[in-house]
Design a protein around this ligand. Structure first.
Ligand code: RAM
Length: 486
């Protein structure tokens, strides 16, 4: 019987092995009195556990020592004044601890951190102490030895590839995390992009399988959609949010998995769930076959403020229908006829109801006449327009300062995909160089959750300090570079 227990058991059978590496920072010892501090540099981003020792220098300390230890994914996170945090994600994501240590000892900090820099401030000590034996035990389930170098001849693309694979490596723990600093959970949208990149880099198929099963075990919402994220610690919990585009992208992730593995056993296990996601979506279409606003659902698309999302969501639906029909055809499932006929009907409906012939763009009342890159890209990926018409619209929307623009590497992944679908290889390369290369120019060791070139402080959470600087959905340049030989 394929129930929650079955899926959880399957997830457990594919539990990945973590590889550990002990890193030592640039400084090996530090003598300090009250108020002194030191910043350790691990040389690159790392995810793991920190330990150190401290001892008396001359006089025996006769009172506890208080240390403040801050972990930063970059130097700004080290120097930020976190008492001034105004973000709408919990301030407990900011990585700082106060330790009161009663006497000289070795301290192994119990929590896991994501950082390159570690700042130790001696807040209070009676007499000088020496702190030494710094160790950071880093973990990942990525097997570095499986990673072949990219064969691009372009040095910037090569750098981008290194930072992208580093990002994925850091997010690969016991499942595909979205960000090892925040949210440290498995989200469908991130999973899809991590899995895609993983097929061309670390090639760990078990972890993909595991993540697919973890969602299969989740609880549907009242409309029948899968949860958009799950936790596995301290015990399994399927998250409270249901994001409609993510539910659809789960189906696409299963299609990608089959394409890369031909693993029919897993597909058979998950097929019913995939069908039910598409059927639940069909149930929220109106008589014109266009998705309508409905209580109980939410779509993500991008973190762009004020974005209207119905057209883009409709594009995600088409994209999913296309991929799923292909999968069904490949495995000889007769339902492929049903989904492919729906695909062509919905495509025509989108051209009819969502496209403005005068503006030659997807601008409509459902999205309050908003012009966004997001709508255009998803309609292109959904196959509503193609060829020269699509190319022109894509370039026009990206160059148009009145159009809503993507703010996350997540949405930019789909922009790049649309370019490659339309054969615009040079544009895709330039786009990767500008937008991921831009983060490298600002010193990124791993790619960020959000990046707006002319506003480096942009945050979806009202405060940059809450942003994740090593974010799964940003790792896909390696997928593009390696798959398309850029
Ligand atoms: C944030 C995270 C995550 C993403 C969701 C929608 O919480 O950035 O990666 O998938 O939003």
């Amino acid at each position: 019987m394929k129930d929650k227990n079955y899926f959880l058991r399957k997830a457990q059978e594919n539990f990945p092995e973590l590889n550990y590496t002990v890193l030592t920072p640039d400084i090996s010892e530090f003598t300090a009195s009250s108020g002194d501090s030191v910043i350790l540099d691990l040389g690159n981003h790392a995810v793991g556990h920190f330990s150190f020792s401290f001892d008396n220098v001359e006089k025996f300390i006769d009172a506890p020592v208080r240390l403040i230890i801050r972990f930063g994914e970059d130097m700004r996170e080290i120097s930020d004044d976190i008492s001034q945090y105004n973000g709408n994600v919990s301030k407990t994501w900011l990585q700082e601890e106060i330790l009161n240590l009663d006497y000289p000892q070795k301290t192994e900090m119990p929590r896991r951190y994501a950082c390159r820099y570690i700042k130790i401030t001696v807040e209070c000590t009676n007499f000088p102490i020496k702190i030494f034996d710094f160790k950071f035990t880093a973990s990942t389930s990525a097997d570095i030895s499986a990673l072949a170098p990219s064969d691009t001849k372009d040095s910037l693309l090569n750098k981008i590839d290194c930072v992208a694979t580093n990002t994925l490596k850091e997010c690969m723990q016991t499942f595909f995390e979205d960000g090892p600093k925040r949210d440290r959970r498995l989200w469908i949208g991130d999973l899809r992009l991590e899995a895609l990149t993983n097929y061309y880099t670390f090639k760990n198929l078990e972890i993909v399988k595991r993540c697919l099963y973890l969602f299969a075990a989740g609880e549907y919402n009242n409309l029948g959609f899968l949860p958009s994220y799950v936790f596995e610690t301290p015990y399994y919990n399927s998250g409270a949010a249901h994001i409609t585009d993510y539910a659809l992208l789960y189906v696409v992730t299963v299609c990608d998995y089959y394409e890369h593995t031909a693993d029919i056993v897993v597909v058979n296990d998950l097929l019913q769930i995939c069908k039910s996601q598409l059927d639940s979506f069909e149930a929220i279409l109106d008589e014109n076959l266009i998705v309508t606003m409905h209580d109980g659902w939410f779509s993500f698309i991008d973190w762009c403020p004020g974005l209207e999302k119905l057209t883009a969501l409709q594009g995600v639906y088409l994209y999913t229908l296309e991929r799923f029909s292909e999968l069904l055809k490949a495995i000889g499932d007769e339902d492929f006829k049903k989904y492919s006929s729906l695909l062509s009907q919905v495509r025509s409906a989108c051209k009819k109801h969502l496209y403005d012939k005068n503006a030659k763009a997807f601008i409509n009342d459902l999205d309050k006449k908003q012009f966004s890159v997001h709508s255009q890209i998803w309609m292109i990926l959904g196959g509503v327009i193609s060829g020269e018409e699509a190319k022109k619209l894509l370039i026009f929307s990206l160059d148009n300062e009145n159009a809503k623009q993507p703010v996350t590497p997540y949405m930019r992944h789909y922009v790049t995909e649309a370019m490659l679908k339309l054969g615009m290889k040079d544009n895709a390369v330039q786009y990767l160089k500008n937008l991921w290369g831009g983060m490298i120019d600002l010193g990124a060791d791993t790619f960020w959750e959000a990046y707006v070139p002319d506003n480096p402080d942009f945050s979806p959470y009202d405060d940059r300090k809450g942003n994740s600087l090593c974010h799964a959905w940003s790792c896909t340049p390696s997928y593009f570079i390696r798959k398309y030989g850029l």
